[in-house]
Design a protein around this ligand. Sequence first.
Ligand code: 4AD
Ligand code: MG
Length: 432
Amino acid sequence: LVSTTTTIRRLGDFVGQAVTVQGWLYNKRSSGKIQFLQVRDGTGLVQCVAVKAEVGEETFATCASLTQESSLRVTGLVRADDRAPGGYELTVQAVEAIQIAEEYPVSLKEHGVDFLLDHRHLWLRVPRQRALLKIRAEVERAVMNFLDGDGFTRVDPPVLTPSSCEDTTELFQTKYFDEEAYLTQSGQLYMEAVAMSLGKVYSLGPAFRAEKSKTRRHLIEFWMVEPEMAFCDHEENLRVQENLIVHVVNHVLEHCEPELHVLERDIDKLRAIQAPFPRMTYDEAITWLQQHDYDIKWGDDFGAPHETALAGQFDRPLFIERYPTAIKAFYMQPDPDRPEVALCADMLAPDGYGEIIGGSQRIHDYNLLKQRFEEHHLPQDTYAWYLDLRKYGSVPHAGFGLGLERTIAWLSGIEHIREAIGFPRMLYRLYP
Ligand code: 4AD
Ligand code: MG
């Protein structure tokens, strides 16, 4: 038998010809004399029709022996068929079973989430999880395309650090020979150093937070994109964020339409995401919440219900600007006209996905930063290098951190952030 080995995605190039597809059995139906094998190969799903009278007893018996997730090679003629998922069908000529799978734990019926998470290594094969992995890859690609095209240089900050960046969140501690070390919460401080070398820089990597929060927005290990820009102020920082998000949304709409369909995402809602994004100051947000009967006062931080209500007024992400300096990180530049608020903003996604970006202008004055260290009781020795940056050609600079999983969860319209990463690390879950 002469055939070309191809992927399911490319079947359209071979209509009327014999091809071989290698993959896994997703599902099977049988009507005695005909078997319908649904085969997936990572690029798509194709129905393969085996007719007993045409393929013969032996091949037909091989088809019958295939269980869910058995690995196989199937050879057949490509037929265009509008009714078929993907638009093509294979008329089976030969089948080779590579391994007959044991009974697959993640069967095609409903399962509880704990069971699915215990079997994450197998759960990842279902179309919905495949779609999410694909969207994640495209979001990363879109971020890199945008920043690379806008003059940013990617720099990789360290994962093991001697000090904390976000003094408001918990650290993972580990031994570093005879010293204490922490897994990074954010590469920002290092990105500030390299911004003074390269101008515009960004990192894309993991961050770790030992927070005891069990919510649909929190992971213990998540990935962050952290751009940092020299000679950049608060206003410019928000413009970059807005343009980045619009670019990512457009890229996903352009490259992930089949995946968004699998996830049943309302695509029109994504099409509405255009710049400029609405803005509210923290002060306005507090007033709005009070007018809507929330029990909150100036100086309090927002909780998830507040963020959901605030963002719920708009069909695109919302910036909340100028939070009280006292509830934000030590490095944020106070507003010169009103030092009790910081030149910072959080970007809140629509539909209750919460904060997808946190960013600010950074303190560039040596004395002010030194004073902040004292107020926050931060050990001067581990931060000496960071303070140093303010001694040698310090300039106004700004940056932000985009949470990848929250962004993916929002774009995909999934309930919980845990499905936005291959192997989620959550409170009480380190397996698989
Ligand atoms: O607001 P955060 O804590 O900001 C920083 O870490 C800054 N140093 C970033 C910077 O300016 N370079 O975190 C940034 C974003 C959040 O907006 C959120 O999207 C995400 O990271 N994030 C989390 N995502 C999942 N699980 C968690 N536990 C997260 N904590 C923060
Ligand atoms: Mg934040």
